[in-house]
Write a protein that binds this ligand. Structure first.
Ligand code: AMP
Length: 208
């Protein structure tokens, strides 16, 4: 089973992705995580991507599509993947259709006001990448590796609004694109992570 997660920044894609991958044995493919790893390691792609990512803009399609194509061809992806943060443009969606068969697209629906609130409390470990939220983790260090937590450069308020704008312009139209293909399932993303996951389980298991 290959699943795409669609949703605005802060909708909870990363959290839901971890829950789903654990429950269904899917491989988590997060283009944001992949780019951040490239940036940390200062690879050629990381150096090219940094200016876009830090400004809250989309990395050019050609770079992202190539990165995903290579990743999806690796053997560990053959049993099923969960794509988180890809596709984000019509060109990426078209390219993905030619690379892999998509079985389901889950759209996590969250109101804009809630998105901004969620993102402003997000903290991330600079070493292992674990994500926390100030509403449930009030320490300033990572619970796994003890490293200090920080705010992602692109989670700063001025950049968040731009990311939501970029989402509305480029990615939101994919909801209609996948609805027409009969692949779209919408889930209310306003509840707790547990509530959202329960709703998703019902959708996924009904389909099986
Ligand atoms: P995310 O962690 O998914 O919010 O992604 C963080 C940033 O990485 C985005 O704001 C973009 O700059 C970049 N990025 C991630 N995925 C893509 C994609 N599919 N297309 C273009 N840029 C992307």
């Amino acid at each position: 089973m290959n699943v795409v997660l669609l949703g605005a920044p802060g909708a909870g894609k990363g959290t839901l992705a971890s829950q789903m991958c654990q429950a269904y044995g899917l491989r988590h493919i997060s283009t944001g995580d992949m780019l951040r790893a490239h940036m940390r390691e200062a690879t050629a792609l990381g150096l090219q991507a940094r200016a876009y990512v830090d400004a809250g803009k989309l990395v050019p399609d050609a770079l992202i599509i190539e990165m995903v194509r290579e990743r999806l061809n690796e053997p560990d992806c053959q049993k099923g993947c969960l794509l988180d943060g890809f596709p984000r443009t019509a060109a990426q969606a078209e390219a993905l259709g030619a690379i892999a068969k998509i079985d389901m697209v889950l759209y996590i629906d969250v109101a804009v006001e809630a998105l901004v609130k969620r993102i402003s409390g997000r903290r991330v470990c600079g070493k292992c990448g674990t994500v926390y939220h100030t509403s449930w983790h009030d320490r300033e260090e990572c619970a796994k590796c003890g490293e200090p937590l920080s705010i992602r450069e692109d989670d700063k308020p001025e950049t968040v609004l731009r990311r939501i704008e970029v989402y509305n312009q480029n990615t939101e139209p994919l909801i209609g694109y996948y609805r027409e293909k009969g692949l779209l399932k919408t889930v209310d993303g306003s509840g707790t992570p547990e509530e959202v996951f329960e709703a998703v389980k019902t959708l996924v298991e009904k389909r099986v």
